[in-house]
Design a binder for this molecule. Structure first.
Ligand code: NAI
Ligand code: 15L
Length: 272
């Protein structure tokens, strides 16, 4: 990984830069990088100082290869972020993550932060605690695509030495929206710190880390990622009273039983 004397990263590629989290990271990662190459399939507005904008479809291998060339590290946020028909997930997420890692291999990028998701483990029961080594139980085609990304990144580490962090992000929004998110919420401040830790950890290797704030109740244990030094500062507690005033959820609903919440009931998209 290239760093300057001021201990900033060189040129960071941020995919999914037009999305919810991309928008946040575009602004908040700026102090840590010399420049940022921002990419998305959607419009990204005007480039400001030390920014470069490249519209790119992650499903287009040649375009992603050009996108990665000249970058020092990658934060890969781009892709379909909810459950969709398999063909859409295949193009944006499965082919997309392969193209990003192939670009990294071809152009010598040695570190990638990959936005995985809690939906890799969505069919574990709420209330149970899982660490990075737990059995994966994806709850959707979407979760499966993230599980594939985790395996792919492991392969690129073992085979080519490209270090990766796979962020099993919980629910990253300005505020938690429901009871489940009191457990799964990740604040924007903690997201930024998590990504920063992954970019600057002296030894990242291949790390799986849950992206979750310091909430009262916990389904995820990050002890296996202690080496990256991520210590979340925020908690969902200030939102508890408002959320608990909402109508209760039927405890027999799958969405109330499994960690993936409503995702475990998404689809199918085709009639039998
Ligand atoms: P988002 O849907 O707001 O942003 C994703 C971006 O990827 C969008 O701007 C979209 O245009 C872009 N994109 C989609 N298909 C593309 C393609 N074929 N080529 C290029 N760009 C494409 O999602 P959000 O919330 O910002 O999430 C960012 C990442 O973090 C996603 O990978 C998502 O799966 C993951 N994540 C987010 C969580 C959250 O709570 N926000 C939780 C768990 C994971
Ligand atoms: C995700 O992976 C999604 O991208 C996001 O939209 C949320 O729904 C989040 O998980 C969640 O589980 O709350």
């Amino acid at each position: 990984m290239t760093t300057t004397e001021t201990n900033k990263l060189g040129r960071l590629l941020l995919t999914g830069a037009a999305g919810g989290l991309g928008h946040v990271l575009r602004r908040r990662l700026k102090p840590y990088v010399t420049s940022m190459r921002l990419s998305d399939i959607a419009p990204l507005g005007e480039a400001t100082e030390h920014e470069e904008i490249v519209r790119c479809n992650l499903a287009d291998k040649a375009a992603v290869d050009r996108l990665v060339r000249g970058c020092d590290a990658i934060v890969h946020m781009g892709g379909v972020s909810v459950e969709r028909p398999f063909e859409e997930i295949l193009e944006a997420n499965i082919k997309g993550v392969f193209h990003v890692y192939e670009g990294a291999r071809r152009h010598g990028v040695k570190r990638v932060v990959f936005a995985s998701s809690n939906h890799v483990v969505g069919f574990h029961k709420q209330g149970e605690v899982q660490d990075a080594d737990c059995v994966r139980r994806p709850d959707t085609y979407y979760g499966l695509s993230k599980s594939y990304g985790e395996d792919l990144s492991r392969f690129y580490f073992d085979r080519y030495g490209i270090e990766s962090a796979c962020l099993r992000i919980g629910s990253c929004f300005p505020e938690p929206r429901d009871r489940r998110m009191l457990v799964t919420w990740l604040s924007y401040r903690d997201l930024t710190e998590l990504v920063r830790c992954c970019l600057f950890a002296p030894h990242l290797g291949h790390t799986i880390v849950y992206g979750v704030s310091n909430n009262r109740d916990k389904w995820w244990d990050n002890s296996r990622a202690a080496h990256i030094g991520f210590h979340p500062q925020d908690s969902s507690e200030p939102f508890r009273a408002t959320i608990e005033a909402l109508p209760p959820v039927d405890p027999d609903e799958p969405a109330a039983q499994f960690q993936g919440g409503g995702f475990v009931e998404a689809g199918p998209f085709e009639a039998p």
